[in-house]
Design a protein around this ligand. Structure first.
Ligand code: NAD
Ligand code: MG
Length: 382
């Protein structure tokens, strides 16, 4: 019997890599659900190629186009946020790949968890904003959350079921982004095109900007906290420009385990799909003799204030990570639109966080309220 998979965000960078994995591993994997934001053409092509039970487009404006382009297929075509939730919960999937970018992924991902489906988690923003809600819901329903983020997939493989008390440190590696060696005095002149050029990974625009500010690593620290039940002092960031070691775990006895590989997201996506088994893959092999040398350094927290902001919000807990995430999403969006400077991104997040007075301890309603509040603030401050 094939394993049935729904892919939320199938037209994105992760979604497209995931469909390559499915194609390669078919017939042991089968796609039963697909979703996209607005790209009806690409989604229709995917529907024709993979024949899922359901497909949904978020923006109703593109529903007629998607309907027309998929005429003659047996796929049920849906739209709107309810359409995405239906694909997550009702498409008959055993596993849901959560690969929407940003907070928009929260509701469909949570729905899949509540229905007891296993989650292959790429959408880190969901874990950052609602880590407690999500992990509690997974415990209740028996849903397993398998990390797709390359660092967390690495940590997951290194841990291999080890008890948290045996872990001394989780060491998340980071490429350092395109501005690792750029002098801080030049940061205010950084353009959109420069920030969109990641040195080692090809990804969607939001995570690429997050990698340039190092907020991506900050979000990943919070993601690791919830995924691995690790206190913040046990999670460190190591800059590793080659992106060959995807992360490491240092155990209490002094042993350090690392997971290595080429920079191809098909590897962690496939691992989440096949876990606990492994399957052959045609990805480029890692040749250590070609790599030659690996380098490591500490992150520069003055040049990259987002790291400290993320640790602070993570430590405060409650709804602070949701505020951090929302302010970051708004700031990145404003930067991508050419409305603010690169250096305004951390400033907007910091100002939003400093104005926040948490009235709730969490819970989904509190999180959604904090998310809305932070978006409004972050779109006003400069
Ligand atoms: P992307 O921008 O390439 O794709 C995003 C997908 O989500 C698209 O299918 C898009 O149609 C859909 N989408 C966007 N906004 C939406 C909305 N408001 N509602 C519904 N659907 C929406 O992004 P990506 O690079 O594939 O990243 C997806 C997620 O995976 C992010 O959370 C990112 O942090 C995480 N991630 C990505 C990579 C990578 O290599 N790309 C690596 C690790 C983690
Ligand atoms: Mg990552």
């Amino acid at each position: 019997m094939p394993k049935k998979i729904a892919i939320l965000g199938s037209t994105g960078s992760i979604g497209i890599s995931a469909l390559k994995v499915v194609k390669k591993l078919s017939p042991s994997l089968q796609v039963v659900g697909l979703t996209a934001y607005r790209n009806a053409k690409e989604l229709a092509q995917q529907v024709r190629a993979f024949r899922p039970k359901m497909a949904a487009i978020l923006d109703w404006k593109f529903f007629p186009e998607l309907k027309a382009l998929t005429r003659g297929t047996s796929t049920q075509i849906l739209a709107g946020p309810e359409g995405l939730v239906a694909v997550a919960g009702e498409s008959g999937a055993q596993m849901v790949l959560s690969a929407i970018v940003g907070a928009a992924g929260l509701k469909p991902t949570l729905t899949a968890i509540q229905k007891g489906k296993d989650i292959a988690l790429a959408n880190k923003e969901t874990m950052v904003m609602a880590g407690e809600v999500v992990t509690k819901a997974a415990k209740r329903s028996g849903s397993r959350i398998l990390p797709v983020d390359s660092e967390h997939c690495a940590v997951f493989q290194c841990l291999n079921g080890a008890s948290p008390k045996d872990v001394h440190k989780i060491l998340l590696t980071a490429s350092g982004g395109p501005f690792r060696n750029l002098d801080r005095s030049k940061f205010s002149g950084i353009t959109r095109a420069q920030a969109l050029k990641h040195p080692t990974w090809r990804m969607g625009p939001k995570i690429t900007i997050d990698s340039a500010t190092l907020m991506n690593k900050g979000l990943e620290v919070i993601e690791a906290h919830y995924l691995f039940n690790a206190p913040y002092p046990k999670i460190d960031i190591v800059i590793h420009p080659e992106s060959i070691i995807h992360s490491m775990v240092e155990f209490v006895d002094g042993s350090v385990l690392a997971q290595l590989g080429t920079t191809d997201m098909q590897i962690p996506i496939q691992y989440a799909f096949t876990h606990p088994k492994r399957a052959d893959s045609p990805v480029e092999r890692l040749d250590m003799t070609k790599v030659g040398r690996l380098h490591f350094e500490r992150p520069d927290r003055v040049k990259f204030p987002c790291v400290g902001l993320a640790y602070e919000a993570g430590r405060k807990g409650g709804t602070y990570p949701a505020v951090l995430n929302a302010a970051n999403e708004v700031a990145v969006h404003r930067f991508l639109e050419g409305k603010i400077k690169f250096t305004a991104i951390p400033r907007i997040i910091e100002k939003t966080l400093s104005r926040y007075r948490s009235l709730t301890t969490g819970g989904l309603d509190g999180i959604l309220w904090a998310d809305r509040w932070a978006r409004e603030q972050a779109s006003k401050v400069n």
